[in-house]
Design a protein around this ligand. Structure first.
Ligand code: MG
Length: 283
C-alpha cells in the first residue's frame, strides 16, 4: 500500500493510492502521524470503502509534512560514497570509521513532490543532493534485537538529504548545514513495509537535469537497517513516526572532479524502486 498526504481544496488529508496510481482513496486520520502504526489490513478495509479522488484534483505533499522529531540520519553509509567524500575533504570525511555516524536533521516543514529546494543565496555555497532510503518506525522501539527490527518498520520513503557542503564542513557538526528550511524533500509516498522484503534490496538513483548521478542498491549499506534499529533502540526509545535516513550512495555533487553542485533552476530526481520518484526544483 502506498500512502500519501495531499491537499484538496486547501485541506490537508491522508490517503492510499489506487493500484494504478491515478487516484487517492481518502483515509479518516487527522494526519500521517496519526495514521502510522495502524495495521495495513485495517487501512485496506477503510480504503476499500472510500470514494476515489483523481490525483489530478489534488496536490501531493511530503507524506509526513511535519515530522514530530528531527530526522535521524546515517553519514557515510555506502562504501563508494565514503571514498568520494574522503577525496573531496579528507579532514571532514575520513573513511576510517568502523562505527556508524549518526546525526540529525531539523525538519520544520518537509518539501513535497514537485516542491522547491531552497538555495539560500548569501548563506549557502556548494549546495548538494543525497538520495536516501528512509524508514518510518511504526511502533515504540526499545531494546530491539536485530532479528526483530523489521517488525518495527511501518514503511519506507525517499528522502533527499540536501546539504550545504561549506556550512557542513566549516561547523564540524553537520546539523546546521543539513537543517536549513527547504532542505528535506520527502516522498512521493510511504510504501508500507509488507510490500518490501526485509532487508530491502532496491535500486536507488538520483539525476540532475536528466543526467544520472547516483545509481546503487540499498543492500549496500555499511551498517544495515537491522543493526541501526538495534543499536539506536538499545539506549534511545524510537517512537512511531520516527524517520531514519539510511545514507546516500556515491555520485553526490562533491564526489565529482570538478564538483557538480546545485544551482537555481536545477531539477533533482531521486528514485527508489517500489516507492517512486521524488522530483524537486532548486530555487
Ligand atoms: Mg545523507
Amino acid at each position: 500500500m502506498k500512502l500519501v498526504t495531499y491537499l484538496e481544496h486547501g485541506m490537508e488529508k491522508v490517503g492510499a493510492l489506487t493500484a494504478d496510481e491515478t487516484a487517492v482513496l481518502p483515509l479518516p486520520y487527522a494526519d500521517m502521524n496519526a495514521l502510522i502504526g495502524t495495521p495495513v489490513q485495517q487501512l485496506s478495509e477503510k480504503a476499500a470503502k472510500a470514494d476515489a479522488v483523481p490525483l489530478s484534483a489534488v496536490q501531493l505533499c511530503a507524506p509526513i509534512p511535519r515530522p514530530r522529531q528531527d530526522v535521524i540520519c546515517l553519514g557515510i553509509n555506502y562504501k563508494a560514497h565514503a571514498e568520494e567524500a574522503e577525496r573531496y575533504n579528507a579532514d571532514a570525511f575520513t573513511k576510517e570509521r568502523p562505527i556508524p555516524i549518526y546525526f540529525s536533521k531539523r525538519v520544520t516543514e518537509a518539501v513535497g513532490p514537485d516542491g522547491f529546494i531552497e538555495s539560500h543565496p548569501g548563506l549557502v555555497q556548494r549546495l548538494d543532493y543525497e538520495a536516501e532510503l528512509a524508514l518510518i518506525i511504526g511502533k515504540t522501539a526499545r531494546d530491539v534485537a536485530p532479528e526483530e527490527a523489521g517488525d518495527y518498520i511501518f514503511g519506507y520513503t525517499v528522502l533527499n538529504d540536501v546539504s550545504a557542503r561549506l556550512l557542513q564542513t566549516t561547523h564540524k557538526q553537520w546539523y546546521f548545514g543539513k537543517s536549513l528550511d527547504g532542505f528535506t524533500p520527502i516522498g512521493p509516498c510511504i510504501t508500507t513495509a509488507d510490500e518490501i522484503a526485509f532487508p530491502p534490496k532496491l535500486a536507488i538513483s538520483a539525476s540532475v537535469n536528466g543526467e544520472l548521478r547516483q545509481s546503487s542498491t540499498t543492500d549496500l549499506l555499511i551498517t544495515g537497517i537491522a543493526d541501526i534499529i538495534a543499536e539506536l533502540s538499545s539506549g534511545m526509545t524510537l517512537l512511531p513516526g520516527t524517520i531514519i535516513a539510511t545514507g546516500t550512495p556515491s555520485g553526490v555533487g562533491m564526489g565529482f572532479d570538478p564538483p557538480k553542485f546545485l544551482y537555481p533552476g536545477d531539477i533533482v530526481e531521486c528514485t527508489i524502486e517500489k516507492i517512486g520518484t521524488l522530483r524537486n526544483t532548486v530555487r
